[in-house]
Design a protein around this ligand. Structure first.
Ligand SMILES: Nc1ncnc2c1ncn2[C@@H]1O[C@H](COP(=O)(O)OP(=O)(O)OP(=O)(O)O)[C@@H](O)[C@H]1O
Length: 259
């Protein structure tokens, strides 16, 4: 019941986007993929989601190569929230969230409308339902796309197959309250058994909400482990080249000051 990348590399022409990377992800946990700009985080996420195939190595879901799954089956198991959030057509927000239900159309649930409105309520976009997506702000668009991904994975699979939520910088455009709300939501979904994998730049969000982190550095997944043990000031200073000081919040949670 894992999603794994094994010695996976991605190369385009002479450029190596990701080299020899091995990660093992577990359902029921929040894993943050972190690392500097251009390190290869989105590339790793796109491998795990099956949007891209490795040029070397393999990606396995439950001990089966990802490419062995028909796309329609994969779409019932994993949902993706990409970094780029504009769409080519003038869909409104509710129609975008409804797209998340497309993989279920052959065995539609009796409560399709409630699923769509429930997902929109979870990400606080219900009032935006009739608005054209491309007219929304960056943060509003991101929350609509998160609702679409949640709608796609709404019910447990009848065979209890694990579901995976893969998100590329889901909090990047969100205000501070929505950032924390989104991370709490991802934790809630992981508590239901969903595997949550999110590329994050905010190390404090990773520290507070992620169970595990994968540190991608210079084109390779260099370190994987429990967030609290990996995210130490010395490692942050070494990987990001910025000074890092630990402070304790009112609730005792450790957070970092940078620079
Ligand atoms: N199609 C492509 N052709 C050539 N190089 C590419 C291509 N796509 C990405 N790259 C390069 O591969 C490297 C890894 O890109 P990737 O998007 O995975 O980084 P990232 O860690 O997600 O970065 P960021 O934090 O800036 O989003 C970068 O140097 C990027 O410029």
């Amino acid at each position: 019941m894992t999603l794994s990348c094994i010695a996976a590399s991605v190369r385009i022409g002479a450029k190596i986007l990701l080299a020899e990377s091995t990660v093992h992800l577990h359902p029921g946990r929040v894993t943050a993929i972190i690392g500097p700009n251009g390190a290869g985080k989105s590339t790793l996420l796109s491998l795990l989601g099956g949007q891209r195939r490795p040029t070397k190595g393999k990606v396995m879901l439950d001990d089966r190569p990802l490419e062995a799954y028909p796309p329609a089956t994969l779409a019932l198991r994993r949902a993706l929230m990409p970094q780029e959030s504009a769409v080519a057509f003038d869909f409104n927000a509710q129609e975008i969230v409804a797209l998340g239900r497309f993989p279920h159309r052959l065995k539609a649930s009796l409560d399709e409308d409630q699923i769509i409105s429930g997902a929109m309520a979870l990400t606080d976009v219900s009032p935006l339902a009739p608005r054209i997506l491309n007219t929304l702000s960056g943060g509003e668009k991101a929350r609509v796309h998160m609702a679409r991904a949640l709608a796609q994975l709404w019910h447990p699979r009848p065979d209890n197959a694990t579901r995976w939520l893969l998100l590329d910088e889901p909090t990047a455009a969100l205000d501070i309250a929505h950032q924390h709300a989104a991370m709490r939501l991802l934790r809630d979904w992981s508590a239901k058994g969903v595997g949550v994998v999110a590329v994050l730049h905010d190390l404090n969000l990773a520290l507070r909400y992620a169970d595990d982190v994968v540190v991608v550095r210079s084109g390779t997944a260099a370190i994987q482990g429990a967030a609290a043990s990996v995210l130490q000031p010395e490692l942050i200073e070494c990987v990001w080249g910025t000074s890092c000081q630990a402070v304790a919040g009112r609730d005792g949670a450790v957070q970092y000051l940078f620079g």
